[in-house]
Design a protein around this ligand. Structure first.
Ligand SMILES: O=C(CO)[C@H](O)[C@H](O)COP(=O)(O)O
Length: 213
C-alpha cells in the first residue's frame, strides 16, 4: 500500500477545516511552505502548520521551499510538523539542517528539484527519514508531471537496496492515477497529490485509488 499525502496547496483555504476532513482517508497531509525567494511564489507558513496540527492527528510532512531552512526548522517542528523536508539546493549546509530538525524532535527529509542529479542525495541518505524527488519544478500546483524524473526514482531505490537503507522515497508534482503508478513502479513509497485529490468529487475514492494502485 502506498502512503498518500494530499498537498493542501490545492485546498480551499477558506474552508480548511472541511478540506482536512475531506482528506481524512489519507495517512499524511503535505504542507508546502514557499518563501518567494527559493521559489517564485509565496504560499503560507507557521500559522497554517499550527492550524492543521489542531485539526488532525494525521502525519504532517512540511515541505520547506525556502532558502534558509536552518533558521526555521525548529519553529516548524514546534508548530506541529512530524517531518520537516528541506531542499538540498537551499543556502544551508544539509548536515546542519538535518541535525537541527532531529534535535527539535521531528523526522527529516531532503528534497531535490527536477534538474538536480540524484547523486546529491547519496551523501546524506543514511541520516534521512525521507527523500523527496520533485516531479515538477517546485513553486506551483497543477503542473504536468516531468517524465524525465522517473530514472532518478529508480536510481535512488537501487541505491537504497544496495546500501541496506530503508528510507521512504516521496514524489511530488503532477501525480494522478497514471503518473502515480509509474512512480510506484519505479520505487516511490509516498505519493503527494494536490490537484488530483482536491479536484475530485469523491476525495476518499481518489485517495484510495492512489493507495491501492
Ligand atoms: O510542491 C508542490 C509545488 O511546488 C506541490 O506539492 C505539488 O505541485 C502538488 O501539486 P499537484 O499535485 O497539483 O501537482
Amino acid at each position: 500500500m502506498n502512503i498518500i499525502s494530499p498537498s493542501i496547496l490545492a485546498a480551499d483555504f477558506g474552508n480548511l477545516n472541511k478540506e482536512i476532513e475531506r482528506i481524512s482517508e489519507a495517512q499524511w497531509v503535505h504542507i508546502d511552505v514557499m518563501d518567494g525567494h527559493f521559489v517564485p511564489n509565496i504560499s503560507f507558513g507557521l500559522p497554517i502548520v499550527s492550524a492543521v496540527r489542531k485539526l488532525t492527528a494525521q502525519v504532517l510532512d512540511v515541505h520547506l521551499m525556502i532558502s534558509n531552512p536552518l533558521i526555521y526548522a525548529e519553529r516548524f517542528v514546534k508548530a506541529g510538523a512530524d517531518f520537516v523536508i528541506f531542499h538540498m539546493e537551499s543556502d544551508d549546509d544539509p548536515k546542519e539542517v538535518i541535525r537541527a530538525v532531529r534535535n527539535a524532535g521531528a523526522k527529516v527529509g531532503a528534497a531535490i528539484k527536477p534538474g538536480t542529479p540524484v547523486e546529491v542525495l547519496y551523501d546524506v541518505m543514511d541520516s534521512l527519514d525521507l527523500a523527496l524527488i520533485m516531479t515538477v519544478e517546485p513553486g506551483f500546483g497543477g503542473q504536468s508531471f516531468l517524465f524525465d524524473t522517473v530514472p532518478k526514482i529508480r536510481a535512488l531505490r537501487t541505491f537504497c537496496n544496495e546500501n541496506g537503507l530503508n528510507v521512504p522515497i516521496q514524489v511530488d508534482g503532477g501525480i494522478n492515477l497514471e503518473t502515480a503508478a509509474i512512480c510506484a513502479q519505479a520505487g516511490a513509497d509516498v505519493l503527494v497529490a494536490g490537484s488530483y485529490v482536491f479536484a475530485s468529487d469523491d476525495v476518499a475514492a481518489a485517495v484510495h485509488s492512489l493507495m491501492h494502485l
